[in-house]
Design a protein around this ligand. Structure first.
Ligand code: AMP
Ligand code: ZN
Length: 136
């Protein structure tokens, strides 16, 4: 179902024009308006989900399959040297549009982008505690 006043619902369903790379009954893939690199694209479900937690299992598996297919195609056509899949959930994680989207960001040697995190430090004890917290 679409959500009123959701810009990505409108884009995914063709009510707002976009540079579409792929479309089927359930998904639209578009070029990002503020690309991190040449070819930066977003996979959007046509049915609204706020984020990863709101996706059905069926949507989740189809999105990864589509991402794989399009990553192969983009790498071939753009001749990029690598590609990042990024997907933000929640404000704390950097999500700015509350409609699920998966970023495909082609990477070029020396493209000057810095996508990533600052490596932290931990201990075996801490790792074990976290492991128990997640699996327990
Ligand atoms: P995130 O920070 O993961 O929520 O990413 C939101 C992304 O949506 C950013 O990369 C924006 O540049 C992109 N974006 C926002 N509005 C539009 C739009 N109307 N068309 C295409 N991309 C958009
Ligand atoms: Zn939406």
């Amino acid at each position: 179902m679409k959500k009123n006043d959701c810009i990505f619902c409108k884009i995914a369903n063709g009510e707002i024009p976009s540079k579409t790379l792929y479309e089927d009954e359930e998904f639209r893939m578009i070029l990002d308006l503020n690309p991190a690199t040449k070819g930066h694209a977003l996979i959007l479900p046509k049915d609204h989900a706020d984020d990863l937690y709101g996706l059905s299992d069926g949507q989740a598996s189809k999105i990864m399959l589509l991402a794989k297919k399009m990553a192969v195609k983009m790498t071939e056509k753009l001749q990029c040297d690598g590609l990042n899949l990024i997907q933000n959930n929640g404000e704390a994680a950097g999500q700015t549009v509350r409609h699920f989207h998966l970023h495909l960001i082609p990477r070029y040697t020396d493209d000057g982008q810095q996508l990533g995190w600052k490596p932290g430090e931990t201990t075996q004890e801490e790792l074990e505690e976290v492991r128990k917290q997640i699996t327990g």
